[in-house]
Design a protein around this ligand. Sequence first.
Ligand code: ADP
Ligand code: MG
Length: 390
Amino acid sequence: MTNMTSTGTALADALTGAFAGHFGRHPDGVWQAPGRVNLIGEHTDYNEGLVLPFAINRSTTVAVAARADRTVRLASGFPGAEPVEFDLDTFTPDQAAGWSAYPAGVAWELERAGITVPGFDLFVSSDVPVGAGLSSSAALECAVALGLSDLTGAGLGRADLADIGRRAENNVVGAPTGIMDQSASMLGTKDCAVYLDCRDLSSRPVPLGLAEAGLVCLVIDTKVSHAHASGGYAARRASCVRGARALGVGALRDLGAADLPGAERILDWETFRRVRHIVTENGRVARTAELLGTHGPLAIGELLDASHRSMRDDFEISCPELNLAVDTARANGAIGARMTGGGFGGSAIALVPVDDADRARSAVLAGFDARGLPAPDVFAVLPAEGARRL
Ligand code: ADP
Ligand code: MG
C-alpha cells in the first residue's frame, strides 16, 4: 500500500467516524478535492485568457449519504461553521447563508443542469487554510460536486463538474470568480500544473519538475483576509469589461502586446493599466509553460517576479504584507515570488532552492515581526492529484 493510499484510508475512516457521530448513520462514500496554488495567470480566467495553477497536497474531504427524502443536512468540522438543514424543493439561492452556500449551491446548480439530486447528509473536514487564497472554496465545491455526481450516477466529466462549482460560487455564494480554481482542483495531476485556456476550456498537464530542480514552493499566508464577494475583485472585473468594450473586443484575451500603445491612447490611465496587466499576464503564462517544457522551473523566476510587479503596480491587487512577503523571500534565496489568488490579502508563493528554504522562511517571519505584523504561516506545498473518491 502506498503512503498516499494509507493516508487516504485513515482520513476516510476518521471522517466516517465524525459523520457517524454527527448524523448517527454511515456515509455512502468519502470524496476529496484539493486546494490550489496559482503559479501564474491572475485575473486572466474571466478575461477568457490563460492560467497555470496546480492542485496542492491540502484538501477538503466530504462524507456523504443519500437520503430517501429531499432534506439536506450539512455539518463541518470548521470552527464557527454551524450545521444547516434545508429542503431541496423549497431552496432558493437567497436562503443560502454563510458556509452552507457552497455545498447548497453545488446541489442547486446540479439540479439546474438537469440532474435530480436526492436529499443527503454531508460532513466536511479540511486542511486547506480558509480565506488564505488557496481556494478552500473550490476545494469544498469540487469535493461536493464529485460526491453528488457519483452518488446520483450522473457521470459528469471533470470539466463539467468544475463548471458546476464555478456556477455555485457565482450564483449562490455571490462571488464573481472565474473557472481557474475549480479547474485546478478537478484537473490537477501529481507533479504537474494545469495549463488551462479559459476561452475554449482546453487543458493539459505541464510537468513542474520542482524536486528534480532542487526547488520547493513555499506558501506565505499573510493572514490578511480577502473578501471576494464584496471587495475589489468585482471592481477589477468591471474594469476589464469596460476596457474590452472601449477597445471593441469581446474579451481582453483578444489583445496582444502590439495593441497596448493604441489602448493607451484611448483608455483612461487606470483602465489602461488594468488592461495592460491582463495582456502581459497572458503572455507570461504562455512563456512560463513553454520554459517549463524546455528549461524547467529554474528558468521561470523572472516571470513570477514580473507577474507580481504587474499585479502590484498595474492591477493594484497586492497589499503591503504581500509585497513584504515577496520582497523578503526574493532577498533570501527565492528564485522568483509573487502573490497568488485573487489578491487584497491571502498568500504569496516563492520558489526556493531546498537549501535556502529555512533561511527564506525565517527571514519572512523576522520581517513581519520587525514591522509589528501578525506572524504569517509559511509552509511548503507539493503539486498533487485532483479530486478523487477515497
Ligand atoms: P479561499 O477560497 O481563498 O479559502 P473564500 O472566501 O473564497 O476563501 O472561501 C472561504 C469560505 O469557504 C469560508 O468562509 C467558508 O464559508 C467556506 N469553507 C471553506 N472550507 C470550509 C470548511 N472546511 N467548512 C466549512 N466552510 C468552508
Ligand atoms: Mg475562494
